[in-house]
Design a protein around this ligand. Sequence first.
Ligand SMILES: [Zn+2]
Length: 505
Amino acid sequence: MDTGGNSLPSGADGVKRKVCYFYDPEVGNYYYGQGHPMKPHRIRMTHALLAHYGLLQHMQVHKPFPARDKDLCRFHADDYVNFLRSITPETQQDLLRQLKRFNVGEDCPVFDGLYSFCQTYAGGSVGGAVKLNHGHDIAINWAGGLHHAKKCEASGFCYVNDIVLAILELLKQHERVLYVDIDIHHGDGVEEAFYTTDRVMTVSFHKFGDYFPGTGDIDDIGYGKGKYYSLNVPLDDGIDDESYHFLFEPIMKKVMEVFKPGAVVLQCGADSLSGDRLGCFNLSIRGHAQCVKYMRSFNVPLLLLGGGGYTIRNVARCWCYETGVALGVEIEDRMPQHEYYEYFGPEYTLHVAPSNMENKNSQLSLENIKSKLLDYLCKLQHAPSVQFQERPPETELPEADEDQEDPDERYDPDSDMDIDDERKTLPSRVKRELVETEPKDQEIQKGSAENAKGYDTTGDDATFTKFFVNNQYFQALDVGSVSIDEPSVKTEQETMNKPTDQMQL
Ligand SMILES: [Zn+2]
């Protein structure tokens, strides 16, 4: 499957990029069920476009190695992973209690091959992270980006959180990892996982207000050591390219300046495009892809992932064009003939015009958002200093040979063991419980230790910090810390909005 990757000149900055791409030919066969908006077929359509535009020959193409149980358990609870592995459409009627407990059934249905699907999309993202750890500049997994999945709960069409797993892999090699999310929905699962650490900064641009998942208020900025390391950019209906980039570029420029990540993960959910079946933004494909172009311009190892996207012809258009951006190739608008050509009529072009819908984001609101977020970033004058304890051993793999065929070379069979052993020695591994006070209508109610009881965090590979706000528990991964010079972390109240019941990726 490997077609021999290479580097291409990237255009303006003239720097070459070594790009690898993960794709499993089976992925398009998974089917969430009749009428379900999430269609893995869109990944196969994207791949067909890449093939017919001649882009595959410029990248290393890999079939992902399926993520193993123990890979998934780096973030997810053992019992949740066991459940995903064992549930089938035939047995689900007997497991109603568990279905409810793990939020599986309706928006996140049980379907044939569910667990293999999870292993495939997570394997692509973790494999991409391993490639970046070993010298690739850009890794792409359009099947990944399922940002809503929680430690022990499916959510918003997502079952396992491949993004969290990929970031954990990157953290083996990099002190700091930046996560950027341009899906129309808040990247809540990733934010929660890293809410209390300064080693991962999350920045999510999303529709906010009466919209799934309900979190992502501008005032949610992280907690404890993670304070100011979660950023949320709440947007309203109809945002266009110009308004989006009025925020995206200055904010991301400042983030790159102050946080100085060793690697960047960009979730490219395409439900923020104009005309999406579930979305309400008005971005063009070029506007969406400008985010990729901009993040690429910093020349920091970059993992590009998919995510939402429900008007599937536009999803394929978008991710094909963005693959071109990753390679530094501008592809022509007229679409080549291919097996899904009929999906793209009547235009048969890559680009489609955005609509004339109203942009509800006023210039004043955009300016206020920008200045508030830049203020937060000013509190991080310096990147956290480099002293994370007992750095896990690097996964010493032979650098991928350009012609190498074996997709498994990404994995060092000893790697996980070593890392697990090493992590046990981290002082921060001690389980601790953190019961945050609960801000509610300006009235502070103490969360009690009793509230926290019964929340089982045992038996997992990872350790978690719990925090309790708005009558809800949240759990963040314990990934150590890189202490910051600034005494900016204080005991201020941070709030998180209560998620709503709507379900969309
Ligand atoms: Zn989404």
